[in-house]
Design a protein around this ligand. Structure first.
Ligand code: HEC
Ligand code: HEC
Length: 390
């Protein structure tokens, strides 16, 4: 696991952690780390072809992503996992992934592992922190007997992902395993005001739009309310006495634009023979069945290495969260672009390194894992070298 940047983080405990015992990191109030946005083509910079108006929005949106919120600007109600987006998405640059101790936590009940999974009062999200200025504290009910950690993924290139057409995602579905390869694959269907949309974002592909995630993260991680978009997916008010929406429409539009224009991870372009050999092996052992190298986008192929479908690659005794359209064990094929920078791996950070991530594939991932385990150590190293180059 990579060390977190000590400049960006200061560990503090604000009141006791509720039922999931997890530590957390918190930024010192007023600490602003905004050394100026990276340029086009640099890690954390915008995609190429942005207009000057868009660039202005990108830079303002980036500053909001980097902003420390306070009680006076609506922080906490009492949901609070951090005081800025940067607090978790920071490695190796703003918008990146987060270390294990920044994981967020979910809870529910699965009847001691016997099932079925049920949501308990308060929903699944468990706030880790209780800021001293908020009297209430979210606790999970005593019936909670299943917890799930979620790793902070990098958000690079999400604008390109958002432009992938539903039809190109649905084309790879195989809900009955008609081709008999042991791999299924279903798209996440999300009910938005009675209309079914295809979910693309989050470990369970739980949200269709980037803006849905921006609102969800503002409220769920920081207790900041956002302007009404009439999609009905997030609460519009909270309980902290600050006038809602706590984020202005202009700020919200800028934040959305930052996320939409944030460039994809940049490949090193290595011509090393082991990288080329690893790419062939990636296909041969069946990784590419789920981690499809590219999906079509309006401006050309999007090289995300995911089919954006849900698969079960968890061990059979896995216990975790269930949502309508994404049962226990089902996760979105994790995109592999930029994977060299985002350890630890899998939704809950169960794998320390890439070799461990591959060895953590079970169920639908059994065949690929077994093939990988059958490779020689050199071949395995080649495959990892290829992944690190993405
Ligand atoms: C406490 C840590 C934390 C903070 C703070 C945080 N995030 Fe996240 N972010 C996560 C985690 C964990 C996930 C994965 C959640 C899931 O899928 O269950 C995530 C996922 C995302 C995704 C989806 C990425 C993808 O590949 O689908 C977006 C977009 C995002 N966050 C944006 C934001 C924005 C915008 C903010 C600030 C308003 C923010 N996050 C603040 C931890 C955090
Ligand atoms: C059956 C579909 C499937 C196959 C085949 C498959 N994967 Fe995955 N992979 C997934 C899913 C789903 C996840 C997300 C698991 C989770 O969220 O815990 C994942 C996660 C990963 C991760 C962790 C990503 C992250 O951001 O933490 C890596 C690395 C990875 N896969 C590499 C591989 C490689 C290499 C192969 C071939 C040996 C492979 N996978 C085969 C579906 C698959």
């Amino acid at each position: 696991m990579r060390a977190t940047n000590p400049m960006n983080l200061r560990v503090a405990t604000f009141g006791a952690v509720s039922c999931a015992m997890i530590s957390s990191a918190f930024l010192a109030p007023g600490q602003v780390v905004n050394p100026g946005a990276p340029g086009i083509g640099q890690p954390g910079g915008p995609i190429s072809g942005v207009s000057s108006i868009e660039l202005g929005m990108f830079n303002r949106g980036r500053a909001i992503f980097d902003r420390d919120f306070h009680a006076s600007t609506g922080l906490g109600a009492p949901e609070i996992n951090a005081d800025s987006c940067r607090g978790c998405h920071q490695d190796p640059v703003l918008g990146g992934s987060g270390a294990l101790e920044l994981n967020v936590s979910r809870f529910g009940s699965d009847n001691g592992g016997m099932g079925p999974f049920t949501n308990l009062e308060g929903g699944q999200s468990l706030s880790k922190l209780h800021p001293p200025f908020v009297a209430l504290r979210e606790e999970c009910p005593p019936e909670a007997d299943v917890f799930e950690q979620r790793q902070t993924p990098a958000i690079f290139g999400l604008g390109l992902v958002s432009e992938i057409a539903d039809i190109d995602i649905l084309a790879n579905e195989d809900p009955t395993d008609a081709d008999g390869d042991g791999v299924f694959g279903v798209a996440r269907r999300v009910d938005v005001n009675g209309t079914i949309e295809i979910g693309k974002f989050g470990w369970k592909a739980q949200l269709p739009l980037i803006s849905d995630f921006a609102r969800d993260a503002m409220l769920g991680e920081m207790g900041i309310t956002t302007p009404n978009d009439h999609r009905g997916l997030t609460a519009l008010t909270d309980a902290d006495g600050v006038v809602d929406p706590e984020l202005s429409r202009r700020d919200f539009e800028d934040l959305k634009m930052f996320m939409k224009l944030l460039g994809p991870p940049i490949r090193t372009g290595s011509t090393a023979p082991e990288v080329a050999a690893g790419e062939l092996l990636f296909e041969q052992v069946g990784c590419a069945v789920c981690h499809v190298p590219s999906l079509p986008g309006p401006a050309g192929p999007v090289n995300l290495y995911s089919n954006l479908l849900l698969h079960d690659v968890m061990p059979t005794d896995f216990r975790g969260m269930s949502e309508p359209g994404a049962e226990v064990g089902l996760y979105r094929t994790a995109p592999l672009w930029g994977i060299g920078d985002t350890a630890p791996f899998m939704h809950d950070g169960r794998a320390e390194d890439l070799d461990g991530a591959i060895r953590s594939h079970f169920s639908e991932g059994d065949a690929a894992r077994v093939s990988y385990e059958g490779l020689s150590p050199t071949e395995q190293a080649d495959l990892i070298a290829f992944l690190e180059d993405l």
